[in-house]
Write a protein that binds this ligand. Structure first.
Ligand code: ANZ
Length: 813
């Protein structure tokens, strides 16, 4: 037949690969090592188009490295704790473990059929006690370093999931997972002190700029949110109230002070007279969601605290207000309001009739009149020693020097980044290995007792209630204190799943290691990851946390690098009919059905060929049937080759050249992540080979060489048909263990000819051009030739006659 049977070929090679394990990474290999990492999935349901896309793209790089002779580590596992599994388990009335591990098996089988070159001997699940034992170990080590602590704090609360959320999980005031409006609650919570690493996390971003997507670097920079400014001490009664400002140069224009309404400070400052009004206001603020608080459309609200503050440079008394537009947990929770040069302050001043004093004259209309705050450079007015200066940087420096000399302030740096709240009041996560003892307080579970296993709780009600379901497991909760032996209780929170995924890439290096989270020597051998392929939705959360963990481990002396991911690739998403796939739109594309209809190779090829990997793919515009037709065409070559294996030297020169050029370019294209162009080049080589065969060249050695190259390059994308071709060409599997095709460098030299350029019939120049130059390129080369330009000086070109590749005739007049 002139078509291969897709299903039969898949069924044939899977067990062979299982047997040969071509992707098993050898720790002891002498070859240079490469680590290709792709984000591991949540086990909710079977694999979908998104998984198919990211792993197909990722596999191109990994398989390419393998052919290039690197020892490649390409592991896969499951991020198997967390809310999605727990919520689904509740919906289906199943234990989360049953649901989770059943899905893992399903996804595992699907990944195998999809033929991604993973080393399955390193498979891990973050919900396995042998894994989370080390997550707990790391938590305790972090705590010993003062990097994990517990505090009472207002936290983001999802009323629907009944759990605390990290700032990162609140998107536009809503729960990232379920979309419910997020409210606030006071709870005792565990935090990681990621703020200790704010500057370090920022500094290294500069190095990553060259190899990480720009949008990821920018998102991380914004999230860390470094700003430079000053702390300025105002005096209120008998106490000092420090404000944080990025514009200390506007200090002479501060006409009032604002304190966060829900901060302790406000309650302490308010006069008895104003207290009832203040308390009523705070009540109202607490009820408002963050969405409302942050809205710019909303009129400014606030309450006068009845006290005044002394401006440290002017000695002027300004009123102190409480308002919700100042956030309690940013800066110092108090600001000096400069309405002339800050729009929020100006809106507030307008609302409450507070004075507006311009101190920077930018040439624009006075903000007191226009109600538009001016923020640009200008000359300072009404500003004492600053008057006459006209440069912001100088103004800021001058004021800071003055404040420091007077001991009433100093230059400072502020970060938007908050500590990482890791407590979750849910069941399906890593138990926090802490015991609360009435005598000894917080006591760590001894290392030798790890893992602290999650109690089974089969049949228990796991529905979110605001307290972890673990609290109901009396036998588990009540323990004796590891220190004094007296009655104590276990901490009942579980960890945010982002803790689990902050170190899994390290575990893959020695997944069965029992003496620590990882074998330090093996981590040194494999890490950092040479590429990390995954979704841009993890630009901030996961990547920032993983970087933080790595830096702490570096400071602990456990790893010798500071950044875990040397390079990164973010794939686009697969959409359908112009829209994101969704249940409500009914435009979902079922991966299983596509694989059934067109086969694994055709689906993979379609996803890789669709366009640049970063771009979204509209499945409605794709033709997996066309991909399959191409694969059949490639496969037919392998049946037409009549020369014996090994006869690959010489033959049709232009086909030899086409092959050499394709191999050369394919390497560059894969390395620059232009996989789609690489596929296009393979398609051209298939056509070129077919032409020689059809002209009677089936026995030509160049035909065999080209066909073998087609099989090897295709193996990066379409492993089944590539293996099949390889066998039909008389070779042993697995093709993945062959080496990158070689070629004679001389074949890359393009043939050139010398074209003659005439002006008015006279030879004026000669240009060297490729033999297959187009008329347009030849004309451009001719007109750019200095001798020709000289001959044309002062003349008007009437006509250019081009006869590529030999002649150009310029007619002037
Ligand atoms: C006076 C001033 C004058 C300000 C001016 C700006 C312009 P970033 O860059 O985000 O750090 N601010 C300080 N703490 C705040 C808080 N807890 N809640 C709300 N706003 C706060 O911004 C720092 C600026 O935001 C600070 O500089 C302060 O207003 C305000 F012409 O101080 B500025």
């Amino acid at each position: 037949a002139d078509r291969y049977d897709v299903a039969a070929v898949q069924a044939k090679w899977l067990p062979v690969w299982d047997e040969l394990e071509p992707f098993k990474a050898d720790d002891d290999s002498a070859a240079e090592k490469r680590y290709a990492l792709t984000m591991f999935p949540y086990p909710s349901g079977d694999l979908h188009m998104g998984h198919a896309e990211v792993t197909a793209l990722h596999d191109v790089i990994s398989r390419y490295w393998k052919l290039r002779g690197f020892e490649v580590l390409n592991p896969m596992g499951w991020d198997s704790f967390g809310l999605p599994a727990e919520n689904a388990a509740i919906r289906n009335d199943e234990h989360p473990a049953t649901y989770t591990y059943a899905n893992i098996e399903t996804q595992y089988e699907s990944f195998k059929r999809y033929a991604v070159g993973f080393d399955w001997t390193r498979r891990l699940h973050t919900s396995d006690p042998e894994y989370y034992r080390w997550t707990q170990w790391l938590f305790l080590k972090f705590r010993e370093r003062g990097l994990a602590y517990r505090k009472l704090a207002p936290v983001n609360w999802c009323p629907n999931d009944q759990t605390v959320l990290a700032n990162e999980q609140v998107v536009d005031g809503r729960c990232e997972r379920c979309g419910a409006e997020v409210t606030k609650r006071e709870l005792s919570q565990w935090y990681f002190k990621i703020t200790d690493y704010a500057q370090a996390l920022l500094d290294r971003l500069d190095d990553l700029e060259a190899t990480w997507p720009e949008r990821v670097v920018t998102a991380q920079r914004n999230w860390i949110g470094r700003s430079e400014g000053a702390h300025v001490d105002f005096v209120v009664g008998d106490r000092v109230v420090t404000v944080y400002t990025t514009r200390p140069d506007t200090l002479y224009g501060a006409t009032f002070m604002v304190v966060a309404a829900d901060a302790k400070l406000a309650a302490e400052l308010v006069t008895n007279e104003q207290r009832p009004a203040y308390e009523a206001y705070v009540e109202q603020v607490r009820k408002a969601s963050d969405i409302e608080r942050m809205s710019t459309e909303r009129p400014k609200t606030g309450v006068d605290l009845g006290v005044t503050a002394t401006n440290p440079v002017t000695g002027e008394q300004v009123p102190v207000w409480a308002a919700d537009y100042v956030l309690a947990d940013y800066g110092t929770g108090a600001i000096m309001a400069v309405p002339a040069h800050d729009q929020r302050d100006l809106d507030f001043a307008r609302e409450f009739g507070l004075p507006v004093r311009m101190v920077v004259d930018t040439g624009e209309e006075d903000p007191a009149v226009s109600f538009v705050a001016t923020t640009g450079n200008g000359s300072y007015v009404n500003s004492g020693p600053l008057d006459g200066l006209s440069d912001k940087a100088t103004g800021i420096r001058t004021v800071i020097e003055q404040l420091q000399a007077d001991g009433v302030g100093e230059g400072t740096v502020n970060f938007r980044l908050r500590d990482w709240l890791l407590s979750r009041q849910r069941y399906w996560g890593v138990p926090i290995p802490i015991v609360h003892c009435p005598t000894d307080g917080e006591v760590a579970v001894p290392y030798e007792e790890l893992p602290l296993q999650l109690p089974d709780l089969r049949g228990a009600d796991l529905k979110p209630k605001g307290v972890s379901p673990l609290a109901a497991a009396d036998d588990w909760v009540n323990v004796s204190c590891p220190q004094c032996g007296g009655p104590a209780k276990r901490d009942t929170d579980t960890m945010d799943t982002f803790v689990d995924s902050s170190w899994y890439f390290l575990r893959y290096c020695s997944p069965h290691f029992e003496d620590g989270p990882f074998d330090e020597d093996l981590v040194r051998a494999w890490m950092p990851c040479d590429i990390y392929v995954g979704g841009v939705e993890h630009a901030v959360l996961h990547l920032l946390y993983a970087r933080f963990f790595t830096k702490v481990l570096h400071d602990m002396g456990m790893v010798d690098f500071e950044e875990p991911f040397a390079a990164q690739l973010n794939q686009g998403i697969v959409i359908n009919q112009g829209k994101k796939m969704s249940k409500s739109l009914g435009n979902g594309v079922n991966l299983g059905a596509q694989l059934e209809e067109f086969g694994v190779d055709a689906v993979r090829l379609t996803l890789v060929f669709a366009g640049p990997p970063e771009d979204d793919i509209d499945w409605a515009d794709m033709s997996p049937a066309g991909s399959l037709r191409f694969l059949q065409r490639a496969w037919r070559l392998s049946g037409d080759v009549t020369s014996a294996p090994g006869t690959v030297d010489g033959g049709d020169v232009s086909l030899q050249k086409a092959r050499a050029r394709t191999v050369h370019d394919a390497a560059e294209l894969v390395e620059s992540h232009r996989f789609n162009v690489m596929v296009a080049r393979v398609m051209e080589l298939v056509n070129a080979t077919r032409k020689v065969i059809d002209a009677g060249g089936a026995a030509d050695p160049a035909v065999r060489a080209a066909t073998e190259t087609v099989a090897q390059l295709l193996s990066l994308v379409a492993p089944y048909v590539a293996e099949e071709m390889w066998e039909r060409l008389g070779h042993q599997p697995p093709i993945a263990r062959t080496s990158w095709p070689t070629y004679d460098e001389a074949l890359l030299v393009e043939d050139t000819v010398t074209a003659v350029v005439q002006v008015q019939g006279k030879v004026r120049g000669r240009v060297e051009v490729p033999a297959d130059v187009s008329d347009a390129d030849l004309e451009a080369a001719a007109m750019a030739d200095p001798a020709v330009q000289k001959a044309l000086e002062g003349a008007t070109v009437r006509k250019v006659i081009v006869r590529a590749p030999k002649l150009v005739n310029v007619v002037t007049g």
